[in-house]
Design a protein around this ligand. Structure first.
Ligand code: NZQ
Ligand code: ZN
Length: 389
């Protein structure tokens, strides 16, 4: 296992009824709350009414920052930061999935920083010394795990860059996670979020070290949990057990625990983020298209781990197969699962209709240092062409 430092600053309140039970107490230290949310699903499912009722009863001044889009843009971040400064918000309360949580993190940084956070933070690896505005989140969808880390992914539309950074001070102070709040997520989005969880785990699992380490063991259990519970939630979207497991799987995949001692790959994420920057495609759907094709390309470079994946995650018996055949059977089981749960399998289905765009997108992708195979931009382009239709 590689050396590591571990800390996670977010306090999680998990379970049915947690907002009603804890929110008033958690906002006690603050006066003006910037209430941030997305396109309005929280007004349809009753979460907005409940939260505003609690904040008003607690005597808070509530200023709304709404309309955070999927794949949040830097322009939206700047709008939120300006609003936070104008209304002198002393905390941000974000209600939503990854897009809302990520945008809130970026706003909390920009609201307290005099310079341009794109130039000084998102676009480069340096650290900026700033104490972000305190942030709390109410999670409404399982997927990104953004509630328990300092990471956020922001799109600069003009520059066509979608990029993420993890800044430990951006960990939300608290995360309220009620699985019932996720019941109303449309099935297509639930499946996309579910695949994002699986992707985060696979991006970590398929990386050095390969020798015995507890992170790989935890990840096999998590992957099996995601697969089982996603199937159960598709059968019955109001299955509390399945929704609870998916919501916590999502946190566990991105609260840094499984990354301890691992190098991590995230090459598929690098590729998907740039597809998103050019086409605004859905994150989990983009990952579903890329993963099997990427793994068919690299499995020989990480053969023992791919064999383990086939046997331990998909339960495939060797039955006389060579290591290569067994590893490939695991990748094909993943591809079958993607089809079974109704995710797209081609770039065309994602809305990428122009092959001539692919080279520019491929050339803009970051190259992972943690992959079993050090990719080139030519290989990324090959993968995009193989995914096209
Ligand atoms: O806009 P609202 O009204 O919130 O509706 C959303 C949106 O339309 C809807 N939704 C969420 N909860 C709902 C609901 N609809 C009904 N009932 C509910 N309870 O679902 C749609 C998608 O929401 P979004 O937040 O965009 O999805 P997701 O959670 O998948 O987040 C995606 C974003 O997170 C980034 C992605 O790149 C993308 O920008 N990521 C963030 C990461 C992180 N911070 O660690 C890691 C990930 O790898 C990822 O890159
Ligand atoms: Zn992701």
């Amino acid at each position: 296992m590689n050396n590591f430092i571990f800390q996670n600053a977010t306090k999680v309140y998990f379970g049915q009824g947690c907002v009603k039970e804890y929110l008033a107490c958690l906002v006690k230290p603050y006066n003006t709350v910037l209430l941030a949310y997305g396109g309005g699903s929280i007004k349809k499912n009753g979460i907005y009414e409940q939260v505003v009722g609690i904040l008003q009863a607690a005597g808070k001044t509530v200023v709304e920052f709404s309309g955070i889009m999927a794949n949040p843009t830097y322009a939206k971040v700047q709008q939120g930061a300006q609003l936070a400064r104008e209304c002198k918000a002393d905390m941000i309360l974000g209600i939503g999935g990854g897009s809302v949580m990520d945008c809130c993190k970026a706003v909390s940084l920009a609201a307290r920083y005099a310079g341009d956070t794109w130039e000084d933070f998102w676009a480069q690896p340096g650290i900026i010394e700033v104490e972000p505005l305190p942030l709390g989140v109410i999670v409404t969808a399982a997927g990104t795990g953004s509630e328990c880390n300092g990471g956020a992914v922001i799109t600069h539309e003009e520059k066509k860059i979608k990029t993420g950074r993890d800044y430990p001070k951006l960990n939300p102070r608290f995360a309220l996670m009620d699985p019932v709040y996720t019941y109303s997520v449309p099935v297509k989005q639930m499946v996309s979020g579910g695949f994002d969880i699986l992707s985060h785990i696979m991006e970590t699992y398929f990386s050095e070290p390969n020798e015995d380490n507890v992170s790989d063991d935890i990840m096999e259990a998590l992957m099996k949990s995601v697969i089982r519970n996603l199937r159960a939630a598709i059968r019955n979207p109001e299955d509390y057990t399945a929704r609870s497991n998916l919501l916590w799987d999502s946190t566990m995949a991105e609260n840094r625990i499984i990354k301890m001692g691992k190098r991590c790959d995230f090459q598929c994420h690098n590729m998907e983020h740039q597809l998103g920057a050019y086409t605004d495609c859905n994150h989990g759907c983009g990952l579903a298209v890329l993963h099997p094709v990427y793994y068919r390309h690299i499995y020989r470079d990480g053969l023992p781990k791919f064999v383990r994946f086939a046997e331990n995650v998909w339960g495939i018996a060797r039955e006389g197969r060579s290591d290569e055949a067994l590893a490939l059977a695991g990748v094909e089981a993943l591809a079958d699962f993607i089809r079974e749960i109704g995710l797209p399998t081609t770039l065309r289905e994602l809305g990428v209709t122009d092959r001539s765009q692919l080279k520019e997108i491929a050339d803009s992708c970051g190259i992972s240092n943690g992959s079993y195979r050090k990719m080139t931009h030519e290989e990324i382009l090959e993968i995009f062409h193989a995914c096209f239709e």
